[in-house]
Design a protein around this ligand. Sequence first.
Ligand code: B12
Ligand code: SF4
Ligand code: SF4
Length: 394
Amino acid sequence: MAPPAAVREKHARDGATRRGDAQAIRSVIAREAAAAGFSAVRIARVGDLGAEPGQRFLKFIAERLHGDMDWLEAKAERRKHPNAMWPEARSAIVLGLSYAPDEDPLRFLAARDRASISVYASRRDYHDVVKPRLKRVARAVQIATSADVKVFVDTAPLMEKPLAALAGLGWQGKHTNLVSREHGSWLYLGIVLTAAEIAPDEAEVSHCGNCRRCLDVCPTAAFPSPYQLDARRCISYLTIEHKGPIPHEFRTAIGNRIYGCDDCLAVCPWNKFAQAAHDQQLAIRPETQGPRLADLLTLHDEAFRKRFAGTPIRRAGHARFMRNALIAAGNSGDATLVPHIEALLGHESPLVRGAAVWALSRLKQQDDLQKLAQAHTRETDESVREEWAMALAS
Ligand code: B12
Ligand code: SF4
Ligand code: SF4
């Protein structure tokens, strides 16, 4: 039986108000996101994420593809779904900030006396840039809905890419990162979770088609299959996250990439639609543009911290940075670097001494190396002794 006309009218009014509210909240979000300088914003219903991304993540961990990123494993159960971390979360507001470069990001790879630094690391640390902007959007959502909010930019166990794809910001490409039709591979992601129900956007579908450029370009064959990364083989992991000596099998392939890698991102055909980012806070730092290896090898701790203050590079610390610069030096074919490298044989960190031995083994004749080894017979660290043994045997 149909409800009386007065009740129908009231329902219609309520419905209109709810639709009006929903539209009003979405307008607030769009306005605040634009005012905060975000390049894209979309909304997902957290419950629609399903269990699949979490299961894939747990498989990734079970297969040890995460290497020594213990922090990924430590909170795996919470990371597998936003509700495992925050049960009240209902909607995810996914924000993208473009950091598209205006020059070819791979242009320094052939300059063997210089270092190549990834685009994201050539700017101010994105965590510092994105977080205050997310807070601005979150505050507006909280005021508009009176619901709780939390902000995330890689600061808690939350898988950002599957949420971004669900919200329709882009799709996870075969290189596993989010690709957007407008911004290509160059979006930083940030997320506001809220307990409010907000009308979601449509998910994006994959536009990779038969393309496999990103898979084929990878210098270390880090993709066992499309959409899957073996982080242990990825230069980004090896130069940023990995704490120990870089495994020998990857040293030559690393070339002069000393902090991160952009090869798979840079070859994506969808980048042709991306406009170069002109955000003041993301200005490219000149000291990151193809710095000379000779200058990097002489950087002591304090100078390193000063030079790279505010960039992600500083977070890796001096010893890891020198390790990476020494691998690049070993690949340079530039014998003028030898005195700088020899000076690092006395460095306090075994990570640096070991990498220096390898670099010298690539740039010096065996006879000279033998003589040098005799001057360092008092080396006590086991890993450095192994480097000497391998260098002298090669
Ligand atoms: C751990 C981590 C890394 C690790 C591992 C990378 C990885 N691909 O997982 C390392 C150190 C290698 C790394 C490198 C880089 N990272 Co990183 N990283 C993260 C972090 C913290 C977690 C990612 C994660 O959960 N990985 C675990 C695996 C299991 O997740 P996954 O790749 O998404 O795996 C999925 C697929 O395999 C998928 N899958 C499997 N089979 C199939 C089949 C189909 C059909 C589909 C669709 C999916 C699919 O299922 C899995 C789960 O969803 C995120 C921030 C965050 N909190 O999310 C940033 C993040 C992914 N990194 C980012 C960036 C910029 C980079 C670098 C470009 C930096 C650089 N220039 O060096 C490189 C890119 C390397 C690459 N090709 O991925 C950005 C990416 C932005 C974007 N547009 O996507 C993020 C989102 C940080 C941010 N807030 O902006 N990173
Ligand atoms: S970032 Fe570089 S090493 Fe890592 S998967 Fe992409 S191309 Fe390969
Ligand atoms: S390079 Fe090709 S396969 Fe890789 S993410 Fe881009 S479109 Fe997809």
